[in-house]
Design a protein around this ligand. Structure first.
Ligand SMILES: [Zn+2]
Length: 62
């Protein structure tokens, strides 16, 4: 199953490796190996959401 959302330069996919799933993005980002594809997709959504928040994180937000 592939996400088809228009999120600018960030297009994420999930790749399965054996029993693990890894989220990857066209920007070069890759998430940790997850035992569930659903978790990998959550990582991907988190990554896309985090890109808007990058400045806030750089300022030391917990
Ligand atoms: Zn990205």
């Amino acid at each position: 199953m592939h996400e088809q959302s228009a999120t600018g330069p960030h297009h994420t996919t999930t790749t399965e490796r054996g029993s693990f799933a890894v989220a990857r993005c066209t920007c070069g980002w890759a998430g940790p190996a997850r035992r569930s594809r659903d978790r990998a997709r959550t990582d991907a959504a988190d990554h896309i959401g985090a890109t808007d928040d990058r400045d806030a994180r750089a300022q030391g937000r917990p």
